[in-house]
Design a binder for this molecule. Structure first.
Ligand SMILES: Cc1ncc(COP(=O)(O)O)c(C=O)c1O
Length: 414
């Protein structure tokens, strides 16, 4: 974490005057974690920190969410899981997207749980368990309707049978069964019910062959907020931690803010063409303000002609096509001067656009913009720490989750 250091760092205003600046507010991540946690009191909570925690900095976020109530961490790749261990993160970590030829020995040495979607895959994990002498902890991954990752219904029985044999041989333990919903953003979509039913079938089949998965997990952010029936024993929550709220009612707070200084201003006449292709012409005499960031810094060029920023407390339009390194703001009659700070996106407190606004202007998802902006090497970055957790936020999970104390006592719908 980049701790504020009064001696070594200039003040916030000075930093923002100097360069485009990405700020990560870990207090927002902490508060989102607590709010989301409170929405699933009977389930354990896996915080999803893949893709560098959606661009927010994986190790900082992982430490924050663990301190504020997350029981486990989830990532897509083994590389991400190893990075968490290297950063000193302890506790359960699941990596759900591995290929059958991945280095499962290294995964086991690092005490990483893996999701498995096929028999070949399972055998590879078992081979690594034999060669390392460590018992693998696996989650069987069922495709419940996305035709993406996860075993198909046709492959499921064979996968469960193979897993049981390897479990009986002491090579691995099936600690979870997972699925993922494709349409959970829309609570009225009938595919959600179908996905839940397919998941119940998969869990029943697993139990029928004799497996006793402790963690049944299906819900991500949207299902967590929209449908308690999807919570099962564990929820896997990514987007919501960073303030993406599919319901718009959960009181989550965006953790990322992007500002940029005005690099130059010019007063122009009506009819002045702006930027490449002269794709915009001013409709009145106006002041144009230049910002030193563009699509080379992760701003989506598709938002040209639609995007706005906050300048002197007012929304102002970005005009002309985005360039790689610069965008132009129509400041109207505001007497804006170089060095003033413009908020490109933020939590919306002062009326600035949010990442959801930008996603709409660009025809993409907020997830896409957060991961893109968070990975930009040219953007200066500052991470603001979260307050220490209250004692109740860091209680051990077993005291809150009956299911995690009684692994064999799972309630499976008939
Ligand atoms: C398998 C899986 N589970 C959980 C998540 C977290 O989803 P969300 O960010 O909507 O909470 C993702 C994210 O893409 C995922 O792929």
């Amino acid at each position: 974490m980049t701790a504020p250091n009064a001696a070594a760092t200039p003040g916030r205003a000075a930093e923002e005057q100097r360069q485009p600046m990405l700020r990560i507010d870990l207090a927002a991540v902490a508060s989102n974690t607590r709010r989301l946690r409170a929405r699933c009191p009977r389930s354990a909570f896996m915080a999803v920190v893949k893709a560098d925690a959606f661009g927010h900095g994986m190790s900082d976020v992982a430490r924050t969410v663990r301190a504020h109530g997350a029981d486990r961490l989830g990532v897509a790749t083994l590389g991400e899981a190893h990075a968490l261990r290297r950063a000193g993160l302890t506790g359960p970590v699941l990596a759900w997207l591995t290929a059958p030829h991945s280095d499962f020995e290294a995964a086991l040495q690092d005490d990483v749980e893996v999701a498995v979607a096929g028999v070949e895959h399972l055998r590879a994990v078992a081979g690594a368990a034999l060669s390392t002498g460590r018992t693998a902890r696996v989650h069987l991954h069922a495709d419940v309707g996305m035709a993406r990752d996860g075993a198909s219904p046709e492959q499921w029985a064979e996968l469960c049978g193979a897993a049981l044999r390897l479990e009986a041989a002491g090579v691995l333990r099936v600690v979870g069964v997972m699925g993922h919903l494709g349409c959970a953003d829309d609570p009225d979509d009938p595919h959600n019910r179908q996905g839940r039913e397919a998941f119940d079938v998969a869990v029943r089949q697993a139990r029928r062959v004799g497996l006793r998965p402790r963690h049944r997990h299906l819900a991500a952010t949207a299902a967590l907020l929209n449908d308690p029936r999807s919570h099962y024993d564990l929820v896997r929550v990514g987007a919501g931690l960073y303030g993406i709220d599919p319901t718009r009612r959960a009181g989550l707070r965006q953790a990322m803010t992007l500002t940029a200084p005005v690099a130059a201003v010019r007063d122009v006449a009506a009819g002045t063409p702006v930027g490449y292709g002269h794709a915009f012409r001013t409709d009145r005499p106006t002041r144009l303000a230049l910002l030193p960031l563009g699509y080379g810094d992760g701003l989506p060029r598709q938002a040209s002609h639609r995007a706005q920023v906050l300048l002197r407390g007012r929304r102002r339009s970005v005009v002309g096509l985005f360039s790689m390194d610069q965008i132009v703001i129509d400041a109207g009659d505001d007497p804006v001067t170089p060095g003033e700070t413009v908020t490109v996106l933020g939590p919306g407190d002062a009326g600035e656009p949010t990442v959801e606004d930008w996603a709409r202007w660009a025809g993409t998802l907020p997830h896409h913009l957060l991961t893109t902006l968070g990975g930009q090497p040219r953007l200066a970055r500052r991470t603001l720490p979260a307050p220490p957790p209250s004692p109740s936020a860091s209680r051990p999970s077993a005291s809150r989750h009956p299911a995690s104390r009684h692994p064999a006592d799972l309630e499976i719908p008939a």
